[in-house]
Ligand binder design. Structure first.
Ligand SMILES: [Zn+2]
Length: 296
């Protein structure tokens, strides 16, 4: 069976920090800085760059704009302000309703993309992002004093491990190409941009997880959408996105120069053969029994 091309998207993995801290697994055997872009704000934005990485086109063509998402969040905060005038029990019920109705999954593009022959998970602008949303809720819990930083890191590393393990599972399943996005380095970058030792410990943890993944899969591409300004890199605005996106691969040869080139590279390195076609699976157990169990 031809090997799966596994694409690990690591939000905010900063090329300078990966090199400075000697994260050798993250650098794979072939690595470079990746040119990225800004559109809705003056720095690269997660929600706009990830769909560009997968589709190869700018926001005007894939249709996912940061400003549209911002407007819905502003709408939510205005509604919550009005809610404060109501009794507590009504406030709580409405707050839960707002979380479901006003905090929807990020928008998804209809544009063609690099993963149409394979699998994709938790990719902003392409799929539902339950893991990203859950991690975002934990992040907001820190700001409201309901979670401490250590607990956040523990939970977020579990989330990252799930994504990395999912890639190994897709490789085992023999799909042609699989892509997953993990968000931990963005969140901890915003939290610990001025405490490099803390931030480094999380880079080291992700580096170890990628070291595990390298032993499980044959073809791996790692890509980020932007980096993070930190005191370690003497940046002017620690905790704000940087332009230092990165790309690395187990494959030799030229790497994409910009986020707009990644789709073409993925398609050139994806092998789609008969062995990757969907297997026909039959349900062998009696239907009545499955209905009794509640499976059907
Ligand atoms: Zn990002």
């Amino acid at each position: 069976m031809d090997p799966t091309l596994c694409v690990l998207g690591i939000d905010a993995a900063d090329y300078a920090l990966v090199k400075e801290w000697g994260c050798s697994n993250l650098q794979l055997s072939n690595h470079s800085q990746l040119s990225t872009f800004s559109d809705g704000i003056d720095l690269p934005a997660t929600l706009e760059v990830w769909p560009t990485i997968a589709t190869g086109v700018p926001p005007d063509e894939h249709g996912i704009h940061l400003h549209a998402e911002n407007r819905s969040r502003w709408g939510k905060s205005a509604a919550i302000q009005a809610n404060r005038l109501l009794p507590d029990t009504v406030q709580n019920s409405l707050r839960k309703l707002y979380q479901r109705v006003q905090n929807p999954q990020p928008p998804q593009t209809q544009h063609s993309h690099a993963f149409h022959t394979g699998s994709i998970k938790n990719w902003p602008g392409l799929t539902p992002c339950f893991e990203w949303e859950t991690e975002g809720n934990w992040f907001r819990s820190i700001n409201s004093g309901n979670m401490n930083g250590q607990e956040f890191i523990r939970q977020a590393l579990g989330n990252a491990g799930s994504g990395i393990g999912w890639l190994a599972g897709q490789d085992t399943a023999g799909v042609s190409v699989a892509g997953v996005h993990i968000h931990i380095l963005d969140h901890v970058g915003h939290l610990y941009a001025d405490r490099p030792n803390k931030l480094r410990s999380v880079y080291d943890a992700i580096d170890r997880l990628v070291g595990w993944l390298k032993k499980k899969v044959d073809k791996l591409l790692i890509v980020s959408d932007h980096g993070m300004q930190t005191t370690e890199t003497d940046d002017r605005k620690p905790g704000v996105h940087s332009w230092r996106a990165m790309i690395s691969s187990t494959e030799s040869g030229d790497l994409p120069k910009s986020v707009f080139d990644v789709r073409e590279w993925i398609e050139q390195h994806t092998v789609t053969t008969e062995s990757h076609s969907e297997p026909q699976t039959d349900v062998a157990a009696p239907r009545e029994h499955l209905e009794d169990l509640g499976y059907l």
